[in-house]
Design a protein around this ligand. Structure first.
Ligand code: DX5
Ligand code: ZN
Length: 226
């Protein structure tokens, strides 16, 4: 990965589904589209699935970052790869054979990431981090958009960066939940370089401006890190 860039990934969960094509057009200046799959079991909410992903892939040029909040990633990951996921994140808390899942994702030509709930320590990645393209640090309890950022996530991001340096690797670090232009600099300074934002983008009148503000703030934080 490049060390000098940040990526903004609007979360489709906060879009207006009655006008999805327009919503996707509005965020064309973003870097990734974050696609939250919720199964009503791993998290207490249902969102959308593989059928919607196939349609969304036809309606956007952005790479799609699929965040699987499901209890059965071993079963589901192949479906999302077949539907064109560019990045697949599965939750550490939901899997049994993480390395097998990572290989499966790589064999399909996609990027592999592990997502960590707020209470899951980064040390669980000790035997896996070398294989990962990205680590997703949940900065809220997963399940809903519009929640408040958990401040303790900043220290967790620093612990993750230390673990990665100890292994001599630099996977991308994605933060997800409660991210806005107001805290983008802080998370980037602490180690994040992919910023998911749902309500901060789709809740804004001017989505282009919202994406730009988050990116500019994060770039400022990144400069502070270096
Ligand atoms: C939460 C989802 C997030 C969510 C972020 O479980 O994984 O991607 O949509 O939304 P905001 O940015 O509003 O917290
Ligand atoms: Zn997400």
């Amino acid at each position: 990965m490049l060390d000098h860039d940040v990526r903004v990934a609007p979360s489709l969960l906060s879009a207006d589904f009655t006008r999805l094509a327009d919503e996707l057009d509005d965020i064309a200046t973003a870097d990734l589209l974050h696609f939250d799959v919720m199964d009503g079991h791993f998290v207490p909410n249902l969102s959308f699935g593989v059928g919607v992903l196939s349609q969304v892939k036809r309606a956007t040029d952005l790479p799609v970052d699929v965040h699987l909040m499901v209890s059965n990633p071993e079963e589901c990951v192949p479906w999302y790869l077949d539907a064109g996921a560019d990045v697949v994140s599965f939750h550490w808390e939901a899997q049994t054979h993480a390395r097998r899942l990572v290989s499966l994702i790589h064999e399909a030509g996609a990027k592999a990431a592990v997502a960590l709930n707020p209470a899951t320590p980064v040390s669980c990645l000790e035997e896996l981090v070398d294989e990962l393209d990205m680590v997703l640090v949940m900065t809220v309890n997963p399940g809903f958009g519009g929640q408040g950022f958990i401040e303790g996530s900043l220290a967790k991001l620093r612990r993750l960066k230390a673990l990665c340096s100890a292994h001599g690797v630099s996977p991308r670090v994605e933060v997800d939940g409660g991210i806005s232009a107001g805290n983008a600099a802080a998370v980037a300074a602490a180690g994040a370089d992919v910023l998911v934002a749902g309500s901060a983008v789709f809740g804004a009148q001017d989505r282009v401006q919202a994406i730009r503000s988050i990116r500019d703030a994060a770039l400022g934080g990144l400069a502070r890190r270096a």
